[in-house]
Ligand binder design. Structure first.
Ligand SMILES: N[C@@H](CCC(=O)N[C@@H](CS)C(=O)NCC(=O)O)C(=O)O
Length: 211
């Protein structure tokens, strides 16, 4: 299988963590792809033009992180990251979706921050920021109910790692944000869960290590 994605220095994407968890590193050929490059080959296979995109051995393409994670989760014999049924399935999917929203909303801020400050839409930045803070507060409430590792928790680690890695840069460039913002500050349950979790091997081994 070919994974089209964008390796980032110091960051392990959720899709990479899922590949590590599933023991599938040997079956994946990573292909570095820049989605914002106008010549990206992505749009030919994924009209959304987004990473990650996975080409199966059959040639078919799967797109959308959550779809790809669930496909990869069907290929291993460890405990499933997507609970098959029962109330835990819906809790896990909600948590994964919220974390996905955290990541996506932060990417929207990054794109806005590429504009010169006087062309940025301050109300839009604040609207995005309100969502980010709201999701972080929701995760803080969810942490005590976390059970065994699942896709909700994995996506949460991936989204949080991304926000922590990029906050200083995005906060300095986007109007009205605080570059020193720390998503763990004032969220003790989140901090106590996240810090040891993010040190686990699956979250530290990218497919392509950028220097
Ligand atoms: N939640 C989505 C996020 C994908 C996503 O937003 N990827 C960004 C990474 S920068 C991207 O490819 N953006 C390109 C674009 O928006 O055109 C997923 O997991 O598939």
């Amino acid at each position: 299988m070919k994974l089209l994605y964008t390796p980032i220095k110091g960051y392990v994407h959720t899709v990479e963590a899922v590949i590590n968890y599933a023991g599938l590193r040997d079956r994946i050929e990573p292909v570095e792809t820049k989605p914002f490059d106008p010549d990206t080959p992505l749009s030919a296979v994924n009209p959304l033009g987004k990473v990650p995109t996975l080409q199966l051995d059959s040639g078919e393409y799967l797109a959308g992180g959550p779809v790809i994670y669930e496909y990869l989760d069907s290929l291993h014999r460890r405990r499933r990251l997507y609970p098959a049924k029962g109330p835990q399935r819906w809790t896990t999917l909600r948590q994964a979706w919220m974390a996905d929203g955290l990541f996506d909303t932060f990417v929207q801020l990054i794109v806005e921050s590429w504009l010169p400050a006087d062309q940025q839409r301050a109300p839009y930045v604040q609207r995005c920021w309100g969502k980010i803070v709201g999701i972080l507060d929701q995760i803080e409430q969810d942490v005590p109910g976390y059970a065994r590792l699942d896709i909700g928790q994995m996506r949460t680690v991936g989204a949080l790692q991304f926000v922590r890695l990029k906050m200083r840069q995005v906060g300095a460039a986007a109007v009205g944000l605080d570059p020193a913002f720390d998503p763990l500050a004032g969220r003790p349950q989140l901090a106590a869960w996240y810090l040891p979790m993010a040190r686990r091997k699956i979250f530290r081994e990218p497919l392509i290590r950028k220097e």
